[in-house]
Design a protein around this ligand. Structure first.
Ligand SMILES: Nc1ncnc2c1ncn2[C@@H]1O[C@H](COP(=O)(O)OP(=O)(O)O)[C@@H](O)[C@H]1O
Ligand SMILES: [Mg+2]
Length: 376
């Protein structure tokens, strides 16, 4: 079942019961002896122009899901559709063509840039590969792409090491844009950056989304960042989606104890006397993904777990507004969501966003952002 689908249009990416397990141990005869279920029975869709965030602790399967959604790796269960086309079993060459539509950027821009190529060559590569513009127009297109991400055309002849971390991430974004994708999967794309640079890159992504109608899958372990960019949020735990809904619903009325615990863990600016009650704290360690707990996978750590939780399924309970969560007893949990939601998340990031919004109000958003390129 696919929760929250705004009917009319075809999703850019659709996952149906998607699963991926990795064999981590084989017998001498090559028989699988142990496997990690990195992603288990996930159904969701990415609509044109929207930002879907995927959040959860390290190791919960976010990157694997991101790779599955662009069919960089082949699922072991379920289906992936890109722009309505089932790409689950598509040939390598057909996938290469389809891949143009969905690009991936990840945390370490230095690792994704070839140090021996100028950034102009790096950005021109997809233009050639997908034959996007004729050879004699490539330099002009590279210049346009650099300007779109707030860099200067004359910087095309420079090498990656001559740029700061934030500028390198802009180069990576320009390269992703070169193939004119409909969606970009950002896997912890700003996580390694300093908070003020994070805010700049996030604003750049938002402004590109408005200009180009791009959709984003925004993978992050940081809910403070997600709050500023996501239209919808999917929360993952041990390979499963435990809650999905609009950003407003997830932050104002988190249903699942895991989501509530994640929200409680965000550092806040308020003095201790004004901070939220210490509810929804998880106990114990993350279980091994080699043998996830039976029933509700959170039951070993959930502060509200009951004996039945070992037996329940993790099907999503979908409310009328599409907000869905996998806690079988969510209606009976103590009401604390509203208190969590009132907390400021990341005060510095919030200040920076307010400043950007004020700037965007005076000029056009795009122009305002292009002036913000000076980085330390
Ligand atoms: N290629 C692989 N081979 C074996 N196990 C893997 C592989 N990729 C990921 N895993 C395992 O799958 C689980 C999910 O990993 P990942 O998707 O990277 O999580 P996240 O991005 O949320 O940190 C982890 O337990 C990880 O060790
Ligand atoms: Mg990851």
């Amino acid at each position: 079942m696919t929760p929250i689908v705004s009917a009319a249009t075809t999703p850019i990416i659709e996952a149906r019961g998607l699963g991926k397990s990795f064999v981590v141990k084989r017998s001498v005869f090559g028989k699988a002896q142990a496997s990690v279920g990195a992603v288990d029975d996930i159904s969701l869709s990415l609509m044109p122009g929207e930002t879907l965030a995927i959040v959860g602790e390290s190791g919960c399967g976010k990157s694997t899901l991101g790779r599955l959604l662009m069919r960089l790796i082949k699922p072991t269960a379920g289906q992936v559709l890109i722009d309505g086309l089932d790409v689950t079993n598509i040939s390598h060459s057909a996938m290469r063509h389809q891949r143009r539509h969905v690009q991936l950027i990840f945390q370490d821009p230095y690792a994704s840039l070839n140090p021996r190529m100028t950034i102009g060559q790096t950005i021109a590569e997809p233009l050639m590969l997908h034959d996007i513009v004729p050879a004699n127009q490539r330099a002009k297109r590279v210049a346009e792409l650099l300007e779109m991400v707030g860099l200067r055309p004359e910087q095309a002849s420079r090498y990656p090491h001559e740029f700061s971390g934030g500028q390198r991430q802009r180069v990576v974004i320009a390269r992703a844009l070169a193939s004119e994708p409909k969606a970009i999967i950002c896997d912890e794309a700003v996580s390694a950056l300093d908070v003020s640079i994070q805010a700049q890159v996030l604003n750049l992504l938002k402004s590109l989304q408005t200009q180009l109608g791009l959709a984003f899958v925004f993978i992050s372990h940081d809910l403070g960042v997600v709050k500023h960019i996501a239209d919808r949020v999917a929360v993952m735990y041990l390979g499963r989606v435990v809650e999905i809904g609009t950003s407003a619903d997830i932050f104002a009325a988190p249903r699942h104890p895991y989501t509530q615990a994640l929200l409680s863990a965000i550092p806040v600016a308020a003095p201790p006397s004004q901070q939220r009650p210490k509810a929804a704290r998880l106990t114990g360690d993350l279980p091994s993904p080699l043998s996830p707990p039976e029933g509700c996978r959170l039951h070993t750590r959930c502060p509200y777990a009951r004996p039945e939780c070992k037996l329940v399924s993790m099907d999503l309970d979908i409310e009328a507004n599409g907000h869905a969560n996998a806690c079988a007893f969510w209606r009976e949990l103590p009401a604390q969501a509203a208190e969590i939601a009132r907390e400021p998340r990341n005060p510095k990031l919030e200040q920076l966003f307010a400043a950007f919004e004020a700037m965007a109000a005076t000029e056009t958003a795009a122009k305002a952002l292009q002036t913000v390129t000076k980085e330390g």
